[in-house]
Design a protein around this ligand. Structure first.
Ligand code: FES
Length: 226
């Protein structure tokens, strides 16, 4: 999927906050998260499960959309590890359920699932200081939570090393890069207490059938992550 347009929300909110006084307000009450079928050019039919997050501005996230394919929608592309959203996710991971790759479905009660990035930005900028967003996530995604608060809605089979470096913005130290030495080793757990494994991200892939994967430092080898 090739995206050609993205906007850093922090920068925009910083500027706008100097021009307008945002006040709190009631959100529209017609948000009804559930599941829906979402079609795009690349993936003709994906079932998205929806969930709601309330994020304060500046949110510290980057959204991205493709102007040439508005029907594909707008997605969460990046999260600032130092931003408010990542901090909230660190302190309350289940309360702030937002992942890189989530699709923006509603903003403050307005269906934006096939809107342009610009129109979504207008809604956010002109709205109250706390933004209520319904996010859609493929129902077969594995949420991989990293130690810096950033989570990725990964596909089973994705490389742990690639999503750590390019999406969670975590640099894992490597040595052999072939799974042999243990330098990069971490452990993973899940909400199921019986699920606990060691992974070597240089070679490890996201397993299927585990909805939430929490990355922790290994107690054997490896280097603790930030
Ligand atoms: S770098 Fe050696 S096991 Fe990953």
């Amino acid at each position: 999927m090739t995206y050609i347009h993205f906007i850093v929300l922090d920068v925009i909110f910083f500027n706008i906050l100097h021009a307008h006084a945002f006040v709190g307000s009631q959100f529209a009450q017609n948000i009804s998260p559930g599941t829906r079928i979402f079609a795009s050019i690349e993936e003709p039919e994906v079932i998205l499960s929806e969930h709601v997050v309330s994020l304060r501005k500046p949110m510290g996230i980057i959204l991205e959309g493709d102007e040439s394919n508005l029907a594909a929608g707008v997605f969460v592309k990046r999260m600032d590890p130092q931003g408010q959203t990542a901090a909230a996710c660190r302190s309350d991971p289940s309360g702030f359920d937002i992942c890189i790759r989530d699709k923006v479905m509603f903003v403050n009660g307005v269906d934006v699932s096939q809107d342009s990035l610009e129109s979504i930005m207008e809604l956010i900028i002109d709205g109250p200081n706390t933004v209520e967003i319904v996010l859609g996530r493929p129902s077969d995604a594995a949420v991989v939570r990293w130690t810096n608060g950033i989570s990725i809605a990964a596909k089973p089979g994705d490389s742990f090393g690639c999503i750590a470096r390019h999406e969670a913005l975590i640099k894992i130290p490597y040595s052999c890069a072939s799974g042999a030495c243990g330098t990069c080793e971490q452990s993973i757990s899940s909400e199921d207490e019986e699920f606990r494994q060691y992974i070597r991200p240089c070679v490890a892939r996201v397993p299927g059938g585990v909805p939430i994967i929490i990355v922790n430092p290994s107690d054997r080898f490896g280097t603790p992550l930030p």
